[in-house]
Ligand binder design. Structure first.
Ligand SMILES: *Cc1c(COP(=O)(O)O)cnc(C)c1O
Length: 395
C-alpha cells in the first residue's frame, strides 16, 4: 500500500537522523528508583518535582475520592460532569491565588495542553483584531493554541523585553496578548515576568503565564511564579498544571472572574470534553494541602539543596549545564547522535536521563534533560555526577 510505504519511508528518515522516539514502560510508581522494562533504574526525568506522585496520603485521597464520587465524571462540565470535588478544588485554587490576581476565580481542566488551547482561542475569539506575542521558547501547547486561535501571531526573541516593547509599540491590534512560559521547560531558566507585566500594563495587553514548572516549586508556599515575583494585577491570566509538582493530573486557569466566565462560555477545549474524574480533583485537595504545608516547604528546600549539589559537584569539559536555578538542569551536548549515545550509556548503568532533540529544542542543541526531585537523595545525585565524569573522560 502506497500510504503505508510513505509512512515507513518517513519513519526510516527519522531513524537515520537519530530522531526516532521510543517509549519505555514503567512497571512501578513514579519515584526515583523505578522498575523499567524489567530493569531497576534510577530516574532523573519526571516532572514530579516534590515527589508527590506516589505520596501515600495523596494515593489514599484518590481512593477516597473514587469511593465518594465513582471512577468517572460521566459527562462534560456543562452537562452533568461538574462535581462538588471540582468545585471545591477551584475554590481552593482561587483562594490561594487571590493575593496576586484581582477578583480571582479558577477553572480546572483535564490537561495543561487543553488549558493553553482554551485560553488563547477564547481570548482571540473575543476580538477579531487580536495579536498574540509569543515567546520564542514557549511550550508546544502555547504554539498550538496561538495557531488554532487564528489571531496574528508574532514571535519575540527569548527573554528579550526590549524587542517585545518595539513589537507592542508597532502593533495596531485592539486586543494584545503576551504569552510566555514562566520556567522554560527545556532550558530551566525563568522569564522576566515583572518586566513583561510592566510592558503589558503600559500597552493594556494581557499577560498569559504558563507556570507548568513553577506551580509547587517556586515561592515560599509553592504558589508558583506569582508568589515568587510577588506580582499583583488583573492583567495576568495564569495557567498552572497539576500533574507535575502537584503529582496528580490536570491543570487550572486562574484569572479575573470575567475571564473565567468567558472561558466557560466560549473555550471549546473546556466545553467539548468529558470532565476529569472527580477523584482526581479530590486527591488534589490533599496535594495542595501538602504543597503549602511545612512538609512542602521542607521538600522545596531539599530540592534546592540537590540543585546546588549538582551544580557545584559536576565538573565537565565538553558538556555543560545550561544556566538554570530550577529543578530542570539541562546538560548541553550538541549533536543528536552524541546526546542519544550519552543517554544510552547512562541507561546501561541504570541511570535514566532522557535526551531531548529537535524539534523540541533548536538544531545543534540536543541535550540531556536532567530533572531533580525532592524524592532524590544526595547519594542519587552523587551517582549521576560520578557516571557523567567517567563517561566524558572515556568518550
Ligand atoms: C507539561 C506542560 C504543559 C502541558 O501540561 P499537561 O498537563 O501535561 O498537558 C504545558 N506547558 C508547559 C510549559 C509544560 O511543561
Amino acid at each position: 500500500m502506497k500510504l503505508i510505504q510513505q509512512l515507513e519511508h518517513q519513519l526510516q528518515t527519522l531513524n537515520d537522523a537519530s530522531l526516532l522516539r521510543r517509549r519505555r514502560t514503567a512497571e512501578t510508581a513514579c519515584t526515583p528508583p523505578m522498575q523499567v522494562d524489567g530493569q531497576a533504574m534510577l530516574a532523573f526525568c519526571s516532572n514530579d518535582y516534590l515527589g508527590l506522585a506516589a505520596y501515600p496520603r495523596i494515593v489514599a485521597a484518590l481512593q477516597e475520592g473514587a469511593a465518594l464520587y465513582g471512577a468517572g465524571s460521566g459527562a462534560s462540565h456543562l452537562i452533568s460532569g461538574h462535581s462538588q470535588a471540582h468545585a471545591l478544588l477551584e475554590q481552593r485554587l482561587a483562594n490561594a491565588l487571590s493575593p496576586y490576581l484581582t477578583s480571582a476565580r479558577a477553572l480546572y481542566f483535564c490537561t495543561g495542553y487543553m488549558a493553553n488551547l482554551a485560553i488563547l482561542t477564547a481570548l482571540a475569539a473575543a476580538d477579531s483584531h487580536t495579536e498574540i506575542f509569543s515567546e520564542q521558547h514557549n511550550h508546544a501547547s502555547l504554539i498550538d493554541g496561538a495557531r488554532l486561535s487564528k489571531a496574528t501571531v508574532t514571535i519575540y526573541p527569548h527573554s528579550d523585553t526590549m524587542a517585545l516593547a518595539h513589537l507592542l509599540n508597532a502593533s495596531t491590534a485592539s486586543n494584545k496578548i503576551v504569552v510566555t512560559d514562566s520556567v522554560f521547560s527545556m532550558d530551566g531558566d525563568l522569564a522576566p515576568l515583572p518586566d513583561l507585566l510592566a510592558l503589558c500594563q503600559q500597552h493594556d495587553a494581557w499577560l498569559v503565564i504558563d507556570d507548568a514548572h513553577g506551580f509547587g516549586t517556586l515561592g515560599a508556599r509553592g504558589l508558583g511564579a506569582l508568589e515568587h515575583f510577588q506580582l499583583q494585577t488583573p492583567h495576568i491570566i495564569y495557567m498552572g498544571t497539576l500533574g507535575k509538582a502537584a503529582g496528580v493530573g490536570g491543570a487550572f486557569v486562574a484569572a479575573h472572574t470575567s475571564v473565567i466566565e468567558w472561558l466557560i462560555q466560549r473555550a471549546r477545549p473546556y466545553i467539548y470534553t468529558t470532565a476529569a474524574a472527580p477523584a482526581l480533583a479530590h486527591a488534589l485537595l490533599t496535594s495542595l494541602d501538602l504543597m503549602q504545608s511545612d512538609e512542602g516547604m521542607a521538600r522545596r528546600q531539599h530540592l534546592q539543596k540537590l540543585i546546588q549539589q549538582l551544580q557545584t559537584s559536576l565538573s565537565l569539559q565538553r558538556w555543560r549545564l545550561m544556566p538554570s536555578n530550577t529543578a530542570i538542569q539541562p546538560l548541553l551536548v550538541g549533536s543528536n547522535a552524541a546526546a542519544m549515545q550519552l543517554s544510552q550509556q547512562l541507561y546501561a548503568q541504570g541511570l535514566w536521563v532522557p535526551a531531548i532533540r529537535p524539534p523540541t529544542v533548536p538544531e545543534g542543541t540536543a541535550r540531556l534533560r536532567i530533572t531533580l526531585s525532592a524524592a532524590h537523595t544526595t547519594q542519587d545525585v552523587e551517582k549521576l555526577v560520578a557516571a557523567l565524569h567517567v563517561l566524558e573522560k572515556n568518550s
